[in-house]
Write a protein that binds this ligand. Structure first.
Ligand SMILES: [Zn+2]
Length: 412
């Protein structure tokens, strides 16, 4: 029986969000959290973008070291042979790649403005797939951007052409959040049957249906006989109204009525990391988690009205579908209310030793402390906000990797 897998795209689609961004260290931390959660793949960035090169290389090194395992790290580029060549020149060890191109009539007329025909789109995509395999890719996915506004005949043709070149997955992008659960179910099912490779569903939330569409799309792909890879972002960050939220998708896939018994996850998710992961992304993006966010919102397990409070106290299942501890919630949090010593880009060694000492980190000698502190200063320059414990611990544990993440050399 085909199964559902999660591909998180926070570090690619999430960081494309207007007004938001992440430092390279924060992107690395996100990959670590996703790996801890049991997410199958992180779309970890843009291999043709020069300021990503060292970050991408450093994360592939973490994978080689066994730190970022078993998660797959996949890059995302435009579907053209030239971008594939740039990719493997800048990030030679990349193994997994997604090639994206618009397929809809709207984009052919409105975006390409007559410069590209459907035939040109097929040619660019297939040349890209071939080039990627020639240059060492182990797996290649093709993305039909604006698939939900593309006629089905062309979507099938696009997928079949990709499969003939050896593509491993087909991403159906509901780029504008235009689908309903009913339409995406049908589309995913037809594509799974006609194209015959695993389907990815990439859903946006413009009409508030990203999670529902993801679940329906997954069901469609599986009913059509193929695995389904659902694209998510942490806290649903993404362009305009955002993407399908990771935790909500995980909850819907496992807790919703009559779904999880029949349509199963191919890799178990460690939901007990959900709370920590959502909190870190909220800190890193500087975007608060809405209080009514599924699973991780402040009100997700809060009860005030008499009937509900009485009911949940008698038996939590009266008014809660699942337990908060499953998501890693429930531990008390220590918040410093007195003197605080905080890391910053102008920090000195005494304060730094104090901060690290509170986390039981000691240094072999003053030189080592000074070296880690210097990396922490640079991390603060990039983040422009105090680092959290996990980031400080990461820098202390992997100073060489941190140095790569913090190295930006423009116009080299
Ligand atoms: Zn998107």
């Amino acid at each position: 029986m085909p199964a559902i897998y999660i591909v998180d795209v926070t570090n690619r689609d999430g960081v494309q969000t207007a007004k938001l961004g992440l430092s390279k260290l924060e992107k690395t931390m996100i990959n670590l959290y996703l790996n801890d959660m049991g997410v199958c793949q992180s779309e970890f960035g843009f291999p043709t973008t020069r300021h990503e090169s060292l970050y991408l290389q450093a994360n592939l090194e973490l994978a080689e070291m066994g730190v970022l395992q078993p998660i797959r790290l996949a890059g995302w580029i435009r579907a053209m042979a030239e971008d594939v060549q740039t990719t493997f020149r800048l990030v030679p060890k990349l193994k997994h790649i997604n090639l994206s191109i618009s397929t809809s009539q709207q984009m052919i007329v409105g975006k390409f403005q007559g410069r590209k025909s459907k035939q040109d789109i097929l040619k660019m995509m297939t040349e890209g797939v071939t080039a990627a395999f020639e240059l060492g890719a182990e797996s290649v996915g093709v993305n039909a951007e604006d698939a939900s506004r593309t006629d089905m005949d062309f979507l099938v043709k696009f997928g079949q052409a990709a499969r003939e070149r050896g593509a491993n997955r087909y991403r159906y992008c509901d780029t504008l959040g235009y689908d309903t659960p009913f339409t995406i179910y049908e589309s995913a099912k037809v594509l799974a049957k006609e194209v015959g490779i695993p389907i990815e569903v990439h859903c946006h939330n413009d009409l508030g249906m990203a999670v529902a569409n993801s679940i329906a799309g997954a069901r469609g792909a599986i009913d059509g006989g193929q695995d389904c890879y659902i694209n998510t972002t942490i806290n649903g960050v993404g362009e305009r109204a955002g993407n399908a939220d990771l935790v909500a998708v995980a909850l819907a896939a496992t807790k919703a009525k009559n779904f999880g018994e029949q349509y199963k996850l191919g890799m178990p998710l460690n939901l007990s990391k959900a709370w920590q992961t959502a909190r870190f992304a909220s800190y890193a993006f500087k975007v608060p988690i809405p209080m009514n966010q599924p699973g991780v919102g402040a009100n997700a397990f809060a009860h005030a009205s008499g009937i509900h409070a009485d009911g949940v106290l008698k038996d939590p299942e009266n008014y809660e579908l699942f337990d908060f501890t499953e998501l890693g919630r429930g531990d008390p949090e220590l918040v410093e209310t007195g003197r605080q010593i905080i890391s910053g880009e102008y920090s000195g060694v005494a304060g730094f030793r104090h901060i690290m000492g509170n986390m039981a980190v000691t240094f072999d000698d003053p030189a080592q402390a000074e070296q880690i502190l210097e990396l922490v200063r640079y991390a603060n320059v990039e983040a422009q906000k105090p680092l959290v414990e996990e980031e400080l611990l990461f820098i202390a544990k992997y100073p060489d990797i941190a140095k790569k993440l913090l190295t930006l050399t423009p116009l080299a």
